[in-house]
Design a protein around this ligand. Structure first.
Ligand code: MN
Length: 256
């Protein structure tokens, strides 16, 4: 198949650049912190089984413990009550895990206001410059990826709760119901703003997007290395049966 040969040739020759959008996964990976009375997820951890020792003289291996929603991860529709009859992560067709992506950059706005909310007008302005949104991913660049090595700065919580960027309620509703995007990808700990617990409805990006059978991607890295358009995204969550999501490897293919 020459199309695959051409593709591999492009990767080898550097005409196609592969950018890893996955944050390193370790016990230091920041994890969302919900306020009481809600129950929180685990941080990632390794438990050593053997390391070339009496427990296994020639081999090193670990058990892992993790939440589904830890680190760079995929939100399946069934994650939210509005999508409870939708797909679990194992049911998402593999073909849908390869899709185009575009980037909307609100880094400057988010630097000024950590509670910045993406508006419909922002997306309309982007479309005037770059053309229509794809049947693919909208990646929301906020600059938050630069904070990922410091959980405190990444979660940015104060006595008034977490302060991280997200989407305005109407923008989330519009992207879910009136745009062709299949999902929203973010640099932050979740697809919704830190303050979204107080919105109507609460967590509108989760409520509208997952309720529409669409997806979420969080804690993306290297979003600052992406162009605005011309990206192919490969998203690889684990097919956890009945899973609401999964840590995922996310690769972007671009033409440098
Ligand atoms: Mn999630």
């Amino acid at each position: 198949m020459s199309v695959l040969s051409d593709f591999l040739g492009g990767v080898t020759a550097g005409a196609i650049e592969v950018i890893d959008l996955t944050a390193a996964l370790s016990e230091h990976t920041p994890v969302i912190q919900l306020p009481p009375p809600f129950v929180n997820t685990k941080h990632f951890s390794l438990q050593e089984i053997s390391r070339y020792d009496e427990r296994g003289p020639a081999w090193y291996w670990n058990d892992i413990a993790t939440g589904e929603h830890v680190g760079t991860h995929f939100d399946a529709p069934v994650h939210w009550v509005t999508g409870k009859d939708g797909l679990d992560v194992s049911q998402v067709p593999a073909k849908q895990l390869i899709a185009p992506a575009v980037v909307i950059d609100k880094t400057a706005e988010c630097a000024r206001d950590p509670d910045y909310l993406l508006q419909i007008a922002d997306v309309e302005a982007w479309q005037r410059d770059h053309g229509p949104l794809p049947t693919g991913w909208l990646l929301y660049r906020t600059g938050w990826g630069a904070r990922v090595d410091d959980e405190r700065a990444f979660l940015n919580s104060s006595e008034t709760g977490p302060h991280t960027p997200g989407l305005a309620v109407e923008c989330a509703r519009w992207l879910a119901s009136e745009s062709p995007v299949v999902g929203i990808g973010v640099e932050t700990v979740g697809t919704d703003a830190g303050a979204a617990h107080s919105f109507d409805p609460p967590f509108p990006c989760h409520a509208f997007m997952l309720g529409a059978g669409k997806f979420g991607l969080t804690q993306l890295a290297n979003v600052d290395r992406l162009p605005a358009t011309g990206i192919v995204l490969i998203v690889a969550p684990l097919p956890i049966v009945r899973g609401s999501g999964s840590p995922a490897r996310v690769l972007a293919l671009v033409s440098p």
